[in-house]
Ligand binder design. Structure first.
Ligand code: NAP
Length: 316
């Protein structure tokens, strides 16, 4: 038998930097938020090692440690974190109704969605084995660790091109590996890419294997030519997979407006979604920046937007 419904003024779905920042602000506003932590409490940072770009720390900190601090901070100021995975939502009327996988019902006057996004990976076993040992899905986060080393970027979209350009700040030679002979990225980015002498493009190529060196870190990539099937070897110490992200929005299909790539649409400059009283923050609504600090920033915005919304409905 499931427990009685739990009522909260504000429910936060997702516990990465966006959700926990929203929780800290909502709790400090006296709204006693409930935060459903989801399948990966703490979000993407819990599978990261060194974090060097989150302000406030002189030395690099570990991703899991940073998230533990945010969780403890949210709880200390009054947020209630629950180990639950929401499996269905009804946003057609208020209070919104959410159901956890054990049957617990939550009723909320306002909802903050911060379910994040997952990087897409190529799916090779050697890729999984070398993640964090030369293979990353975020050049802005990890490019700095490959200063002076040869690196590769896999993909042909805006992200891949931006990451390749960014990496030339640190690396003498960046190879962009793309499976076709033309890029999907915007023309202006393509022009910048082609004009950059530190970037080489390996067209019509896919990764068939990532190869570890003596130190068990990435040393080379085996490439397969998609036209000829010929194999070649590229010596690199860093590889950045930039083949897109998948926002975690399956739950909201048909309930809330999503764009054609599945990201939640918000009114620009705010976190308001197409449903009054539902707010979105972090990577689930941001395909451009995808940083812990920007997620935290939009989490703050979502809590402030929700607080204002709740203030308004109280006086209606
Ligand atoms: P994307 O546009 O979906 O591009 C993914 C790239 O990865 C494509 O070139 C695709 O190849 C390649 N790819 C996909 N699966 C692959 C696989 N299994 N093996 C090898 N290659 C694979 O993703 P994105 O670049 O992350 O961009 C996502 C969205 O964010 C886009 O709307 C983009 O415009 C936007 N964005 C905008 C900016 C900006 O405006 N500055 C910056 C970043 C992102 P094919 O081309 O052959 O399909």
């Amino acid at each position: 038998m499931s427990a009685d419904p739990l009522f909260t003024r504000i429910f936060i779905l997702g516990s990465g930097p966006a959700g926990l920042t929203a929780a800290i602000y909502a709790a400090r506003a006296g709204l006693s938020p409930i935060v459903a932590q989801g399948l990966q409490p703490g979000g993407q940072l819990t599978i990261t090692t060194d974090v060097e770009n989150f302000p406030g720390f002189r030395e690099p900190v570990q991703g899991p440690w940073l998230m533990e601090q945010m969780q403890a901070q949210a709880e200390n100021v009054g947020a209630r974190l629950v180990w639950d995975v929401i499996t269905s939502v009804d946003l057609s009327k208020r209070p919104f109704r959410l159901t956890g996988d054990g049957g617990q019902i939550y009723l909320a006057d306002a909802l903050v969605i911060s379910t994040g996004a997952q990087a897409r990976w190529l799916g090779l076993q050697s890729e999984t084995a070398l993640r964090g040992k030369g293979i990353s899905a975020c050049a802005t986060c990890d490019g700095f660790f490959f200063r002076g080393k040869k690196v590769a970027v896999i993909g042909g979209g805006n992200t891949a091109v931006e990451e390749a350009l960014y990496l030339t700040n640190h690396s003498p030679e960046v190879t962009l590996i793309h499976r076709r002979d033309s890029l999907r990225a915007e023309k202006i980015l393509q022009r910048r890419l082609l004009a950059n002498p530190a970037i080489r493009i390996q067209w019509n190529s896919v990764v068939s294997e990532f190869i570890a060196g003596g130190d068990s870190a990435l040393a080379a990539i085996e490439l397969e030519n998609t036209k000829t099937g010929a194999l070649s070897r590229l010596e690199v110490e860093g590889a950045f997979i930039a083949i897109g992200h998948k926002p975690a929005t399956d739950l909201f299909q048909g309930h809330i407006k999503l764009d054609n790539e599945g990201y939640i649409e918000v009114i620009p400059g705010t976190t308001h979604t197409s449903v009054e009283g539902v707010f979105a923050c972090g990577d689930v609504m941001d395909k451009h920046y995808r940083q812990a600090v920007t997620a935290a920033g939009t989490g703050c915005m979502a809590a402030l937007d929700a607080e204002r919304f709740l203030g308004e409905i109280d006086f209606k």
